[in-house]
Design a protein around this ligand. Structure first.
Ligand SMILES: [Zn+2]
Length: 410
């Protein structure tokens, strides 16, 4: 018996070495696998942590401008060439009484869907148990005095300048075409906007870091954009489209080989990447534990002009997730809504990646930290951060394939 087990152990050891050798060979032959392997949970977490130093990064405030500067400094340190979009935003005085945002909430805790009033934003239907949603506007709901102090300055009323930052990886053979990869850096709710949308912002920054490595080349260009003013109505993304749609694919100056605005091939948005703890329970609370079925939700807009192409793009991302994401699967849905990919959806194929479906699930109260003082770094476990990292693996691998990424041999 003993001899057999020693032989068996030897066979297993040999098999193990073979598997490891095969894995090493796969990585050497597959630049996508090499690139995905450069994503690290601790780096992703550190970038989210860095963003939370600026509190909720509310648009129009100094902490928002400081965060834009900090993001730009990070992108530059990665070797990614940065630019800014400058636009004006007209902040209207708040409507009615304080807490008007809470009016957006549907029903009380543990309301039930069914019949009329079950239409979800972006299409689809609200089903099962719903919990209250809304925006917290009460400073005293933030128990941490340090975070409360950082979040104290509010957006000035009236028209003032805003800025948002992007950086570009220029393609080697098709610099005149690009994919846009985005997340929004502003937040609300008297927390740290760690998940909404520090998690998407950090994802985009991590991809910018990896694609900017000197040994990485892509045939086509990639632009990494950190939108501002998402929470006020997608105003940063709308400003980008308004200013730059007409510049697409134009060489400037003529004969220079430079394209300030490469032709848009697709737009991929990342907004709320970490919390997938399931449907609210009967009492309206949500489990503090991640649900075992946690997944990445890839959505396109079924009602958009580019629905067919966007659907294909979404399935390409799902396939890429199956091949390269280490822990969590991805699901495809047709109800993309309420995020910065919306202004692009009738111009190019556009998709969003999220923790849950925005309309049917987040809109039904599946994320209790959404726009709340509890959206702080310390709320999330490594399982939550890892869900965001798997979305990063999904987008990185899909974009690497789409842009023809290669890694120089050492
Ligand atoms: Zn968001």
């Amino acid at each position: 018996m003993r001899r057999i087990s020693i032989v068996a152990a030897g066979v297993l050891f040999a098999l193990g070495s073979q598997v490891r050798a095969q894995e090493a060979a796969d990585t050497a032959n597959d630049p996508v696998k090499d690139l995905v392997g450069r994503l690290e949970l601790e780096k992703y977490k550190a970038t989210i942590k860095g963003l939370t130093n600026f509190g909720d990064r509310r648009q129009g405030t100094k902490r928002n401008r400081d965060a834009v500067d900090w993001i730009e400094a990070q992108l530059k340190s990665y070797g990614c060439a940065t630019g800014r979009i400058v636009y004006e935003y007209d902040q209207q005085p708040p409507r009615g009484t304080a807490g008007a945002g809470a009016a957006a909430g549907r029903g009380g805790a543990a309301g039930r869907g069914g019949g009329r009033g079950d239409a979800a934003q972006g299409g689809g239907r609200l089903r099962g148990i719903r919990a209250r949603t809304g925006v917290n506007n009460d400073s005293l709901k933030q128990p941490d005095p340090a975070i409360r102090a950082i979040d104290t300055e509010q957006t000035p009323i009236g028209k003032t300048e805003r800025q948002e930052v992007y950086c570009t990886k220029v393609g080697t053979t098709h610099p005149e075409e690009m994919y846009i990869v985005g997340g929004h850096m502003d937040g609300i709710g008297w927390g740290q906007a760690a998940n909404d949308d520090g998690s998407g912002t950090a994802l985009v920054m991590e991809l910018a870091r990896i694609f900017s490595n000197p040994d990485v080349k892509t045939e086509r260009s990639i632009r990494f954009v950190l939108w501002n003013n998402e929470e006020s109505g997608l105003n940063g993304a709308r400003a980008y489209v308004a200013q730059r749609e007409a510049l697409q694919g134009k060489e400037e100056p003529a004969g220079s080989g430079k394209y300030p605005e490469p032709k848009w091939l697709g737009m991929i948005q990342h907004d709320m990447m970490m919390w997938d703890h399931g449907m609210p329970r009967a009492d309206g609370t949500v489990s503090p534990e991640q649900r075992p079925e946690a997944d990445v939700n890839i959505e396109f807009a079924g009602a958009s002009k580019f629905a067919d192409q966007a659907m294909k793009l979404a399935w390409l991302f799902q396939t890429s997730n199956e091949k390269y994401a280490t822990d969590y699967p991805a699901r495809v849905g047709q109800h993309m809504t309420n995020t910065d990919s919306d202004p692009f959806k009738d111009i190019v194929p556009a998709i969003s990646l999220r923790e849950n479906e925005r309309g049917e699930q987040i809109g039904a109260g599946w994320d209790p930290n959404w726009h709340q003082p509890t959206d702080v770094y310390t709320t999330y476990s490594d399982k939550d951060f890892r869900l965001g990292l798997n979305a990063a693996q999904t987008t990185l691998s899909a974009i690497a394939k789409l842009t023809g990424a290669t890694v120089a041999k050492k």
